[in-house]
Design a binder for this molecule. Sequence first.
Ligand SMILES: *Cc1c(COP(=O)(O)O)cnc(C)c1O
Length: 373
Amino acid sequence: MATPAEARVDLAAIRHNVALLKERAGGAELMGAVKADAYGHGLVPTSEAVLEGGASRLGTAFVREALALREGGVTAPVLAWLITPGEPIDEALRADIELSAADVRLLDEIAEAARRTGRTAKLHLEADTGMSRGGSPLAGWPGLLARALELRAEGVIEIAGLWSHFACADIPGHPSIGRQLEAYETALKLAEQAGAAGSHVIRHISNSAAIVTLPDARYDLVRPGIAMYGLSPVPELGDFGLRQAMTLVARIGLAKRVTAGSGVSYGHLYTTERETTLGLVPLGYADGILRHATGRAEVLAGGRRRLIAGRVCMDQFMIDMDDDPLSAGDEVVLFGPGDGGEPTAQEWADNLGTITHEIVTRIGARVPRIYQR
Ligand SMILES: *Cc1c(COP(=O)(O)O)cnc(C)c1O
């Protein structure tokens, strides 16, 4: 390891997870969610593994992320689903990126770009079936469909998909799930009646949690994110045979003996009880090790779990290594699949009161991603 820290990404694990999800999805197509730098795993190499594992499409939040896939040589169909006024839609159409729209204003902006570039925009219309985040409320859905059909007749757009997103798929039995499915069925029926549906228009609503808990919600395509990276979408129900792909490691930057009663790091939140060896770990909150991990999260060093000792700083934190024979240059594992006794990303999430999505996506740009093929 030539750097202070690195995130090792097991691409075989990603391929395994995607293949497993594809199997669970029955005959449905799989669109891998690779937004946020493929959940912190590195956009292009990870996306290639996702496609090798059996995904036929990729999904990003922003247009810029989709363009980065094209720049990286990825030619598979890509959908960008979070479009804000003024984004580079012309460029997206030239790069054959599919776009989501949830209101007439955006439809018209995309249609303008299509006229300018001479490209037909492939659109996925998003219905808000009860999450109240993106998507057209059902009240506005018929108007959205009508405008889309006009633009389709003009030849500037193609309706490629009709989709929605669950609010509570990770809470099995939540009453909103059935209501959202009913609302989605209504949205699909309205589209069908308007002439906006059909065999070439793909229907999709399932994220990772829905794939493992709601087999009836697969429709034509599923959109897993977190599960592809080997992290359980519903931790209470187990790991579903997924393998965590990311291992975060660092090398001890400094090891030193200190006396009993030494206050450690900002605010002296940790004080040594006896003479001991402290180890400096060169990762901090600027690298995604939340300051909130102070005194809460554990790492593996010298075969033993050790709590973070004192405040996490911007670039570093300390661990108490007792009298163990650890020295500068030795490896510390923050999290990994757990095979070697290291904490998992799930344990970090549990200890910090968050979800694994946040643990892996926060790992910063200073940490190189190293691919294990
Ligand atoms: C992030 C996202 C997904 C994937 O969600 P996971 O919970 O990570 O599986 C799917 N669809 C949309 C629209 C998303 O924003």
